[in-house]
Design a binder for this molecule. Structure first.
Ligand code: HH2
Length: 257
């Protein structure tokens, strides 16, 4: 899953894709480089961010989706039912909701009505405050219990279970140690029986693990190491910004699997 953020403030590619022609070209380039899906988002969820209005989010993403039509398999990164509905009408295939259907009570119905795929992600708290001293007794067990409950909720709301994937939400209310433990113990999430999505790409935990305690992003090489580790532990979908390099690394890792 390649990432195209149509935002002024995303933590690693903010401002790059604000022009819809540039964003659509970026999405097509990621597909040419080997992405099976492109995740398009109009709201930054980086730590400390406040969110955007419905009108602003629609203004950012709709022109991009109109340009892509159904040529590109689009995942819409939104927590808003109205953004998801318009995106699905324009051909998006997956709704990637970082609130796991807790943000907008109408979102589950929109996904169900369109027969869309759905990614449910774990987040502790909300982006504005989530990195303020997050604590868990057992992070892997708690994240798995949350995702199990959200999976059951989505199915009760009419989303087909075989269309749902689960994501532990790397960096969403987690310390470096929590993120590392989630990947190390990915089997706890895999036991839920659904494909697992991992988004470690460029996140600050990687820069910290690589030796810079003040890092705000992670390097490409660190991102690839995390993606390969996630793949080897059983992750199915890797959410990444640098598709070509990840596809090459994963093809080599797959040859050894
Ligand atoms: N991470 C980000 C956004 N959406 N969705 C899923 N399913 N998993 C993730 O790990 C994930 C996500 C944050 O990264 P990015 O989109 O690059 O930045 P921003 O939120 O600042 O736009």
């Amino acid at each position: 899953m390649g990432v195209v953020n149509v935002t002024p403030d995303s933590f690693s590619d903010g401002g790059v894709n604000l022009d819809p022609d540039v964003a659509a070209a970026a999405a097509r380039r990621l597909v040419a480089e080997g992405a099976a899906l492109v995740d398009i988002g109009g709201e930054s969820t980086r730590p400390g961010s406040d969110g955007v209005s419905l009108d602003e989010e629609l203004r950012r993403v709709l022109p991009v989706l109109e340009r892509l039509g159904s040529d590109v398999a689009v995942s819409i990164d939104t927590a808003k039912a109205d953004v998801a509905r318009r995106a699905l009408e324009l051909g998006a295939v997956l709704v990637n909701d970082v609130t796991a259907l807790r943000g907008d009570p109408r979102l589950a119905g929109v996904v169900a009505d369109h027969g869309a795929y759905l990614c449910l992600m774990h987040m502790r708290g909300e982006p504005r405050t989530m990195q303020a001293d997050p604590r868990y007794d057992d992070v892997a067990a708690e994240v798995a219990a949350f995702l199990e409950e959200r999976l059951a909720f989505a199915v009760r709301e009419g989303v087909a279970e075989e269309r749902i994937c689960l994501d532990p939400g790397i960096g969403f209310g987690k310390t470096v140690e929590h993120n590392v433990e989630l990947l190390r113990r990915l089997d706890v999430l895999l036991a839920l029986g659904r494909p697992v999505v991992i988004g470690f790409s460029r996140k600050s935990s990687l820069g910290k693990l690589a030796g810079d305690p003040a890092a705000t992003t992670g390097s490409l090489s660190a991102s690839i190491a995390a993606a390969v580790a996630a793949y080897e532990r059983g992750a199915t979908i890797l959410r990444v910004h640098d598709v070509r390099e990840h596809v090459e690394a994963l093809a080599v890792a797959a040859a050894f699997a």
